[in-house]
Every structure is written in structure tokens, then in C-alpha cells.
Design a protein around this ligand. Sequence first.
Ligand SMILES: [Zn+2]
Length: 442
Amino acid sequence: MATPVERFQELLRIPTVSHADESDTDWEAFDRFHAALERLYPLTHARLEREVVDGHSLLFRWPGAGEGHPLVLMAHLDVVPVVEAEWEHPPFAATIVGEGTDAAIHARGAIDDKGALVAILEAVEASLAEGVTPAHDVYLAFGHNEETAGGGARAIVEALRSRGVRPHLVLDEGGAVVEGVIPGVHVPTAMIGVAERGVMTLLLTVREQGGHASTPPATPATARLARAIDRLHRHPFPRRIAPPVRAMLQTLAPHASQPLRAILQRLSVTAPVVAAVLSHGGPEMNAIVRTTAVATQLAGAPGENVLATTARAAINIRLLHGDTVETATERARRVIADDEVELEVRHGSDPSPISPWRGDGWRRLSGAVVATLGDDVVPTPYLQLGASDSRWFTSISDNVYRFTPFRLSRAERDALHSHNERIRVDVWLRGIGFYRALIASS
Ligand SMILES: [Zn+2]
């Protein structure tokens, strides 16, 4: 009889890597993953309705005792690629390293997001074994391409919408239980994302005649493009304390040491100063107080001795509440101030709606945090910086939250999408308790 940790290891060993170009994805690995789930979680597969959506996403429905008020637990099956040489332990071996409370499973997906996915299944399977029937329907929504196109989660939302399902509470991956995120606040905080920033790509293009690199014009396309990027970089978007960030600071204020506490308790006056200080507190703090823009891709001439006929840059922009795809594009146009630079919006989505940090959904989440992750943990609303699959759910639910029930150190969070991703065994096991408590609450 396998243990929860052994089941987790087995699932981490199946390389469900998704690629931006889906023809590179090994779908056979996803089929094997589905089959392993069926074998490892027999009660879940016997008692819940299961359907495959959009090729490889999974949607389960666990019928509840009563009508309405469904709970949706989200996670994704796919993981990002690895550069194997950078890893201390092979990324798909799920080796346990260390002992006691330090013992950690090293694997791609250990946190993002098989950590959550397998913990959810363990919680459901254990609850079923004890004869639990949830008060209301529980859906498990597992997308297969969160890290790339996100089409799986979108298709799941469409399926639910067509059946008239309006989730009462949706929980996806997001903030963890962390310490020391805000300097001067020394309690562990459960960062529950109530909103996420919008995301867009702005394509900048400069065209010119071309010709030989031995006789360049005064301002070649590449130089014009570089100037535009530099102008964007030197004129960052204005700082602002958006509502979810304000709520976070107000929640943490009583736990801050003086004089920070007094400053955070008078945000109506101190907000501009607080925003300025945060913006100098590293990339994460900067990103919670402003829309950020960064050039991610550059393209010029095909050869090193020819002039570029087109020079192109992709600018990845993350929109803080208060900005939209339209206002950010207009601002970029103003800052670049050059009619020769063409702007084109690709993949734009505005900031998400903001879920409430009071009411029944919030009470259930924060109750489960305190009951299972430690009564010293302070649940706080938080603005998620990256985009997640949960944004599709905001069209059918007002209560969409982003939280991963694991206590993670700075180093552990830095390993996400990087090498040496790992999770401590104790931390992961506690996460199962969190999902069980959430299922039991209503
Ligand atoms: Zn993820």
C-alpha cells in the first residue's frame, strides 16, 4: 500500500512538460499521467464524475448533499521545461534529500503545480475513504496547458458556464505562506491572491530601406528601436497603491513594528510615501505598486553584415489595477514619442476583477489556513503578480482566490520555474490537511 508521499513521487516522475509550440509537447506523458491518477486514486475515480476537456484537461464533479454553492479546486497538470544540467538532483527522479523536517522532494512541479494537484487528490481520496459527502458540489478543475496557452482552463470554464454552474468559491495556485515579505512585518502571512495583474505584449516595429552595413544611415532601424526601449525603461509607469495592495498593508499593519505600524495605519495620508519606499524594495515590491514593462525579445537583420529592414522588440507589460491594455498602449506611444515606431498589441488582457476579503468564501479560506497551517499565520489579501488560469473563472464567479497552502522560504520560491524546485515533505503533507478542511467547511 503506497503512502501519499510515494504517490506524489510517482506522479512527479511523469514529465508532463508543456511547450509554447504544442507540437513539441509529448502528449503521451499526459496520457500516462491520467492513467496513473486513475490507478492511484480509485475512490475519486469511482465516486466522482470525470470528463476529459480540450484534449488533456480534467474536470471532476463530486456531488454534494445540497444544491448550489459549488466549490472549485483548481490546479494544472503541466510543468515548465528544465535545463537538466543546472539541477543538483535529476528533475524527474523526485529524490528525497535531507532528513527530519528538512527532508525535501526535489522535482520539477514539486510546488508548481503538482504539489497542489496531488495534495487536492489526497484530500479528496482520504475524505471519501472516511465516508465524507461535501455539503455542496466540489469540482476539481485541472488544466493541461497553464504554463503556455491556458486553453484547457478556458474550455473547462465554458463547459461549466454552459451548464449554468456559478461557483461560490474558486481556489487556484497563488501566494504561499511566507515570512518577511514586507520588511518590518515578522509574522508568517498567508498571501491569498484576490486579484491578478493584466498581461499584454506590445510589439514595436521600425522599418527601413536596408542595405550594406558598411554604409549605415544616421539613425538605423536598430538604433531607433533601442531608443524607444530606452525611453520606456527610463519612464516607468507611475506608482500607485491599488485596492488589493492597500488591503494587504492594512491587514499587516497591526503586526508591523513601529514606526512602520503608524505609517501603515495612516495610508490615506502616507500612501505616496509607502508606494515610493516599496518601489525601491526589490523587483517584487516594485511590481505591486506599478504597471511594469520589459523588453523580452529583440530581432534585427538576418546577417551580421546587413542592415535590418525591420527591427522588432516584444515588450511584456503587466497591468496594475487602474491601467488597461488601451491606456498602457497610449502611454507607451506618448513616452516613445516617435511616429516611425509602430505599436501593435498582441495578447492583451486587462487586470482581473477583485474578489472580496470578507464574506463566506474568504471566511472559509482563512479559517482553513488558521486551523491547518498554524494559528500564528495571518491570512492577508494580496495582489498576484503573474497571470494564472484562475482569470478565466472570474467570468463565472465573484469569489476567485489564488493561494497555495505551503509554507515556503525565499529560496524555495525562487526555485519555481528555475532549477532545484523542491518542497519539504512536512510542508506538503500539511497542505493536504488544508484542502481537507476547506472541503469540510461550508
Ligand atoms: Zn503554476
